[in-house]
Design a protein around this ligand. Structure first.
Ligand SMILES: [Mn+2]
Length: 368
């Protein structure tokens, strides 16, 4: 009895301590873990603020740190006295199509915006829109139609700087440009396969943003050259990060999207993931955001290349991966990148703004 009491006290003490520890642990563990992980996250959001590992230090120098971006004008200042149609909450302009995503990004369709309001907001902002096109090999033949139709419909009354990447600078046609619009020809090497052009495009856009576009433009749109404008393609497309929905897949279930499905590729998207299938021939947004996009896609393309992996649809597969994990802030409906091969225009497409030119792919593509 006398001997048993210290033993009881001992067990009480040990048991109590364990209980206390358990209590402290359950209270503070989730906090400390979330604090640590949020610290890690913020460190990865600002790569410049954390010491670089030796592996990173040996890779290419990170030019992005030195870049200064043009200030963002986020105001939607509207002039006084302008008359326009009143919006009605119970009368949606489009009842037949999705006009906003589940992360609240608008999807731009004819009827969802008032061009008078959009122009009145954006024209006074004195914006410069960089526009990249690649005209390599026989694709130079598309330049004239592309540029002439762009002068009629693309960002009319805005300062547009076209950057034409080509292996044949002498083949770039001279097209009359409206005041404030410029065309810069940037020589690139001739690639052996058309897939190669698609694989190198992200890298070339990234480098050109770093070298000059970051100083020269507020927004950048990267477009395919084998396309033609048919109707307004205006400032309603402006947004931080903008993707365009592919005209062939918009009514498909995501399991049927032509995402990259091999887990060994950096563009891999599992069957049960994905919002939309975006087309590689149109993407854009603020120069800073498009720089992040091209840099990440370029890195992923290079990782895939070292393991001799080529994603199903090259840069388009990587672009779809990027937009899945970095949601676009504005989406363009298929009006903004139609394909004439689709034949009869469906009911939901009220007008075609920009469409691919019907071409003999075997004839214009290099080494198919
Ligand atoms: Mn194309």
């Amino acid at each position: 009895m006398f001997k048993g009491r210290p033993l009881v006290r001992y067990f009480l003490l040990v048991g109590g301590t364990c209980l206390l520890f358990g209590l402290f642990y359950s209270i503070f563990r989730p906090v400390s873990i979330s604090v640590i992980s949020s610290c890690l996250e913020s460190a990865s959001l600002h790569p410049g603020s954390r010491p670089k590992s030796s592996q990173e230090a040996t890779s290419e120098p990170d030019n992005s740190k030195k870049l200064t971006w043009r200030p963002v004008n986020k105001d939607l200042a509207f002039p006084q006295g302008l008359h326009y149609e009143q919006p009605h909450l119970l009368r949606p302009r489009r009842g037949d199509v999705l006009t906003v995503t589940s992360w609240l990004a608008p999807i731009v369709w004819e009827g969802t915006f008032d061009p008078v309001i959009i122009d009145s907001i954006y024209k006074p902002q004195n914006l410069t829109i960089a526009t990249t096109v690649f005209a390599v090999g026989k694709y130079t033949r598309f330049l004239r139609d592309f540029l002439e139709s762009a002068e009629k419909h693309y960002m009319v009354d805005f300062k547009v700087h076209y950057y034409v990447f080509t292996d044949q600078p002498t083949e770039v046609p001279s097209v009359n440009l409206a005041p404030g619009r410029e065309l810069h020809v940037i020589p690139v090497p001739k690639f052996n396969r058309w897939q190669e052009i698609s694989l190198r495009r992200m890298e070339i856009i990234q480098t050109t943003i770093e070298e000059r576009i970051h100083k020269e433009a507020d927004y950048i749109y990267c477009l395919d050259v084998d396309m033609k404008f048919h109707n307004r393609w205006g400032p309603e497309v402006l947004g931080s990060l903008v993707g365009a929905i592919h005209p062939w897949f918009y009514d498909f279930d995501r399991v049927h999207f032509t995402y990259e499905r091999r887990p060994s590729s950096k563009a891999y998207i599992p069957k049960d993931q994905g919002d939309f299938y975006y087309m590689g021939c149109v993407f854009g947004g603020r120069v800073e955001e498009v720089h992040k996009l091209t840099k990440k896609c370029r890195e992923h393309l290079e990782v895939d290349k070292t393991s001799e992996m080529e994603a199903a649809w090259q840069e388009e597969s990587h672009l779809n991966w990027y937009f899945l994990y970095n949601k676009p802030t504005k989406l363009l409906s298929p009006e903004y990148l139609w394909d004439e091969l689709k034949g009869r225009t469906p009911e939901e497409i009220k007008l075609i703004r920009f469409a691919s030119v019907i071409k003999n792919k075997a004839e214009v593509r290099e080494n198919v």
